[in-house]
Design a protein around this ligand. Structure first.
Ligand code: FE
Length: 287
């Protein structure tokens, strides 16, 4: 069932959260924003999802009239069905300038509607995407997890659509409140430790959003976080060790050393770096 995340007389944000059937793929959320005659579909998914998502979207807006496809990054579960959205809608695809020459790889030659005029290539620092009487803000979240990665902030609903950041590996969509946050952490932890690139990227993102007026963080997989859980999540991400922080050698990763709950005492940075030093920092390389 579609879920209204926000609804006013002229503005609406709808989530589709149950369109991935069976065991075929990871649970994924897709989002439709409507503002008067204008519309934006966020992270519509790949071939697995084109038919159910297009049917669901078509109940709210004629497909031909869809204004925007907003892609947080280049993954198949985000934008793998670019060819069909270009062919069956009039939408412009907005994605990082880094992916402007890669996304067309999923668009065959017979889709002659897929030229440069169908793409808005977002610069590294982000941009405002016009949306009727408002805008959608493309906010940079590079390396979280993709090298060219954007999140989409809707200033009317105050929802931040965070793509893979904040994703939880669960098949439910009920919002997480502050009181649930500690229990929610284990559903996010393994994914974030491996898929997010480094703590440096996490800190840059946390500094960017800490003063942003956010009612709800809504990721592409799993449960939204709302109210005071938003600040809890930002604090948690700020201290997360992930990606290259955890690499100990080729194909080898250690568990994070920092504590999982953000309200627990933090291990000082110097202490983290001094734990279990390797005699040979290149151990394993070339063997
Ligand atoms: Fe991804």
């Amino acid at each position: 069932m579609p879920v209204d995340l926000y609804k006013s007389s002229n503005h609406r944000c709808i989530a589709f959260n149950d369109l991935v059937r069976g065991e075929d793929g990871v649970q994924a959320n897709q989002f439709l924003i409507l503002n008067g005659e204008h519309s934006a579909l966020i992270d519509p998914g790949g071939a697995l999802l084109y038919t159910p998502v297009s049917l669901a979207v078509g109940r709210y807006v004629p497909l031909k009239s869809l204004s925007w496809i907003l892609a947080s990054h280049q993954d198949p579960d985000v934008i793998g069905s670019a060819d069909r959205w270009l062919m069956y809608t009039g939408a412009t695809i907005a994605c990082s300038k880094l992916w402007g020459r890669f996304v067309p790889h999923s668009v065959p030659h017979y889709v002659d509607t897929g030229g440069k005029d169908r793409y808005l290539l977002i610069p590294d620092e982000g941009c405002d995407i016009p949306m009727g009487s408002s805008v959608i803000k493309a906010l940079p979240a590079h390396f979280l997890h993709s090298v060219g990665n954007f999140q989409f902030y809707d200033p009317l609903s105050k929802i931040l659509f965070t793509g893979d950041l904040g994703a939880s590996m669960v098949d439910e969509f009920s919002p997480v409140d502050a009181a649930d946050f500690d229990q929610h952490i284990p559903t996010m932890l393994g994914f974030h430790r491996r898929y997010m690139a480094s703590n440096r990227a996490c800190v840059v993102w946390a500094d960017m959003v800490k003063d942003l007026d956010i009612e709800m963080i809504v990721p592409q997989h799993g449960r939204p976080m709302r109210g005071k859980a938003v600040a809890r999540f930002i604090d948690w991400i700020r201290q997360l060790e992930c990606g290259t922080d955890l690499m100990t050698g080729p194909g080898r990763f250690r568990e994070g050393l920092r504590l999982v709950a953000d309200n627990a005492p933090k291990i000082p940075r110097a202490q983290v770096g001094s734990v279990a030093p390797k005699a040979n920092p290149f151990e394993g390389v070339g063997h």
